[in-house]
Design a protein around this ligand. Structure first.
Ligand SMILES: [Zn+2]
Length: 337
């Protein structure tokens, strides 16, 4: 029988006996995988709760993943980082010399924090760690606007590494060499994290941002080629009223499936389960079906119950949750037939 991974992410609740009720609902909805966020706040204040939540998730028969949610603001995540406030020397520096509220992937102090994060996360005995959207600072104009003037990072660590690689000082313009340097920095950082994950005998999963600019990775094959990565995915979230979701998500699914086949990884697609207007819940099925048609068998959705507890919630979270659950249960039936 074909192996299906049907996942959901979970955040916002650190009361283990309440989480347990949601874990039952998650299992009953047809999920077999859960990604728990494990933020800096969790590291500082909720380690016992997270240990219990991971154990309850396993006891419920769910595969458990932990996510460095917004750690240093260098990953995806809608929460705060205290590192960017307390450790100013770890911050990215813009081309114009401003200190930015995001840690630099090249800063050894940030990498050390993450190695501690991995130690702690691994002690909760998850199945894997989820490296979500590692990136340099993304200026608003980088998302589809005119070509960016400002960029990051020109911190001392980046300037020293650039000098070593190119035997020239790092320019303050976004040259081809700077772009190459930034992309290689993200790849090297991801490799470091994935290697440390494997050293703990855990699986490593990676999500690449579905838009390309100088602060993300453009050549996804460089990420897929990292030997210690087991799962490569992306999160082609759509906007309200966006048409033709099937072909939009299918395009990304095809790209991920091809890469995964080439580098012998497992392909994964994240499905939008937030910010969905009432009446557009059917797009969830279009997304799932098109990724399935491309060969994706590992799905995850962001986030539990239509994200009905955060400001970017779906308008009708119960319908979103029911729609996802129906999709997952239909996929399960189709492979067990
Ligand atoms: Zn830097």
């Amino acid at each position: 029988m074909e192996k299906l991974k049907l996942g959901i992410s979970y955040f916002g609740n650190r009361i283990p006996w309440r989480v347990k009720e949601d874990l039952k609902a998650i299992r009953d909805a047809g999920c077999n995988t859960i990604t728990h966020t494990f933020s800096e706040e969790d590291m500082e204040f909720y380690q016992p709760a997270m240990r219990e939540i991971a154990a309850e998730s396993r006891a419920m028969g769910l595969e458990v993943w932990l996510d460095p949610w917004a750690v240093g603001q260098a990953f995806g995540g809608e929460t705060y980082s205290s590192l960017v406030m307390k450790e100013l020397s770890l911050r990215q520096i813009s081309s114009e010399g401003e200190s930015l509220p995001i840690c630099c992937l090249n800063q050894p102090g940030f990498q050390e924090y993450l190695l501690q994060w991995i130690d702690t996360a691994a002690s909760f005995q998850p199945d894997g760690l989820f490296w979500d959207e590692p990136h340099f600072f993304i200026y608003p104009e980088l998302e589809g606007g005119p070509p960016a003037r400002r960029w990051a990072c020109r911190c001392p660590a980046c300037r020293a590494l650039f000098q070593k690689k190119f035997s020239a000082p790092m320019p303050d313009r976004l040259t081809a060499e700077v772009r190459q340097f930034k992309e290689e920095s993200i790849v090297n950082f991801t490799r470091l994290m994935a290697d440390a994950t494997k050293a703990k005998k855990l699986q490593a999963s990676l999500c690449v941002l579905p838009f390309e600019n100088s602060s993300t990775v453009n050549d996804w094959s460089k990420m897929a080629a990292i030997p210690s990565i087991d799962i490569i995915g992306t999160d082609p979230y759509w906007k309200p009223h966006q048409p033709e979701i099937g072909s939009y998500v299918g395009r990304y699914a095809r790209r991920i499936v091809e890469l995964a086949a080439r580098f012998k990884k497992e392909p994964q697609i994240w499905v939008l389960n937030f910010n969905i207007p009432r009446g557009e819940e059917g797009k969830i099925k279009e997304a799932v079906d098109s990724a399935w048609a491309e060969g994706v068998r590992n799905f995850a959705a962001w986030s539990y119950f239509g994200s009905g507890y955060i400001q970017y919630r779906a308008e009708d979270p119960a319908v979103v949750w029911k729609t996802l659950s129906d999709c997952y249960q239909a996929l399960s039936r189709s492979v067990s037939r």
